[in-house]
Design a protein around this ligand. Structure first.
Ligand SMILES: C[S@@+](CC[C@H](N)C(=O)[O-])C[C@H]1O[C@@H](n2cnc3c(N)ncnc32)[C@H](O)[C@@H]1O
Length: 311
């Protein structure tokens, strides 16, 4: 049996439910916001990626945290890769992904399996393309997964990551949320779902944003960035889910303008597409050692601190 996702069964149960009946509103679903995001990226993400690839094609891709499998089907439909392996912790999502692949006539080219991000079991030197789509921000053991990916990639492989890389769930505080709260309280009262803007921490999924702010810094040890497309979400991803359903397009347009201003003033994008390749030469074993040793060192430091505090 697969080990529990993120050390607790809650995350897996959450996604088994969520795939059947969506309970969370995504800022990316609003057409005006989608247009704004695509403008930041330079097109629909995979249109942009295909242009960026300049005709390069892949033999075997790995999709990490595939959910219902839209990404793999798009990859195959576009002919970006010949075959895709894909895994997820939610059995309900995998069931749906397999069904959709069969319906699209792609079952021979997409292989699904159950797996846990935090206990990765991946073959060596197999994949020339590895993809994350809104899944890396659910990874608790980032170093362990990056190490496994590094080993599973061929020398000239490409990593594509489209992710929330904003504050991790334990990092939110009043100072970090001050700019968002200023804008929220300036919106018409009837457009908001309440008076106060709470910390954007998802209680029903303990894996949400578990170490999101470390995704990029940790990635850099093992992978060289080839391209970055920050596409915002800094204000919109926090405020849009707190709008009343009938809030109206004017409110959304205003939020888009406010976010543009925030980004111009130097706030970082909470969402990014990053394209990277594995480090080469001596940097590769160095990265592997880093990914192996750092979590162990952190654990020792935590234990020492705990034992000092208890004395
Ligand atoms: C936000 S969804 C993204 C799904 C898909 N990539 C997409 O963009 O539609 C996150 C996915 O990560 C999966 N997930 C979360 N924690 C996981 C874990 N520890 N191991 C495996 N899958 C996990 C969930 O089941 C879910 O399908």
């Amino acid at each position: 049996m697969m080990p529990p996702v993120s050390g607790t069964p809650d995350a897996r149960q959450f996604w088994d439910r969520e795939i059947l009946e969506q309970s969370h509103v995504s800022w990316l679903e609003h057409p005006l916001i989608r247009a704004y995001v695509n403008e930041q990226i330079g097109g629909w993400p995979f249109d942009w990626f295909e242009r960026w690839l300049g005709g390069r094609r892949f033999q075997r891709a790995l999709s990490i945290g595939c959910g219902a499998g839209a990404l793999e089907r798009d990859l195959v439909r576009r002919g970006i890769c010949a075959s895709v392996d894909a895994f997820d912790g939610s059995v309900g999502s995998l069931r749906l992904a397999r069904k959709e692949a069969v319906a699209a006539g792609m079952s021979g080219r997409i292989r699904y399996f159950a797996g846990n991000f935090n206990e990765p079991v991946l073959p060596r030197r197999r994949y020339d393309l590895v993809l994350f789509h809104q899944s890396a921000h659910h990874v608790a053991k980032l170093e362990k997964l990056y190490r496994a990916i590094l080993r599973s990639m061929t020398r000239d492989a490409v990593l594509y990551l489209d992710e929330y890389v904003g504050p991790s769930r334990h990092e939110w505080n009043d100072e970090l949320l001050a700019a968002h709260r200023r804008v929220f309280s300036s919106l018409p009262r009837e457009a908001r779902d309440g008076d106060a803007l709470p910390y954007p921490i998802q209680d029903d999924d303990p894996s949400e944003a578990i170490r999101s702010s470390e995704i990029e810094p940790q990635l850099l040890f093992g992978f060289k960035t080839l391209e970055r497309r920050p596409y915002g979400g800094t204000l919109l991803s926090v405020l849009f889910p707190r709008l009343r359903p009938g809030a109206g397009d004017d409110v959304v347009r205003r939020l888009i303008d406010e976010e543009r201003q925030m980004l111009r003033k130097g706030h970082d994008s909470y969402y990014k597409i990053i394209v990277a390749r594995p480090r080469r030469g001596l940097l590769r074993p160095h990265a592997s050692l880093h990914y192996f040793a750092v979590p162990k060192l952190k654990r020792v430091v935590r234990e020492i601190r705990r034992s000092i505090a208890s004395k």
